[in-house]
Design a protein around this ligand. Structure first.
Ligand code: ZN
Length: 196
């Protein structure tokens, strides 16, 4: 089942979400919701989807970066973004840690709740996440590159934050114009041209 994805302006996207107990996670309802969120993310298609994006204020998100999505991205861009396939998994009650003096990287990103737009967003290159998995078991994730970016983006959703809160606002662009003017440029060139 594809769930409707809510867009910016819906209050649920700005709320702190509620944690789930291991018992709740194993319930039929949550197991069904995980399935529906997976189908909704694949249908979009997207590489991540957080519960608030389907109108539910719960500390849960699904992530999957499929190899077939990478066909539309050049080998150079994949390498630059350190983007590698990520198998489907669920994040529940995640806590994120990034080194204080860790490297910050900047790339354009979008969001299914802000369709039709992209912007340059600085994020940590490396993160560690402690969370529960789809069975309610503790899990620790070490991630870098694009996967680390996806994790930060989805976990932001669970705290009522959107990428527009972190973006270089002068880089905000329609998808069409991003493809036309900015997609092929280096981030240094984009920043100097846009003055951000
Ligand atoms: Zn998003």
């Amino acid at each position: 089942m594809h769930l409707p994805i809510v867009h910016a302006g819906e209050a649920v996207l700005r709320k702190h979400t509620r944690a789930l107990s291991p018992q709740e996670i194993r319930s039929k309802e949550i197991q069904k919701l995980i399935e529906h969120m997976r189908e909704t993310m694949r249908g979009a298609p997207g590489v991540g989807l957080a519960a608030p994006q389907v109108g539910l204020s719960l500390q849960m998100a699904v992530i999957e970066d499929r190899k077939e999505y990478h066909k539309e991205v050049s080998a150079e861009q994949l390498k630059l973004r350190e983007r590698r396939p990520v198998p489907f998994h669920v994040l529940i009650n995640p806590r994120i840690h990034s080194a204080k003096d860790g490297e910050i990287v900047e790339f354009f990103e979008g969001c299914l709740s802000l369709p039709g737009f992209f912007a340059l967003v600085p994020r940590s290159r490396d993160v560690r996440v402690e969370c529960l998995d789809h069975r309610g078991n503790s899990k620790s994730i070490e991630a870098s590159g694009w996967y680390a970016r996806i994790l930060q983006h989805e976990i932001d959703h669970l705290h009522g934050n959107l990428y527009i809160d972190r973006m270089h606002s002068r880089s905000f662009s329609s998808t069409e114009n991003w493809e036309k003017f900015w997609k092929g440029k280096t981030i240094a060139d984009v920043r100097s041209e846009l003055g951000c």
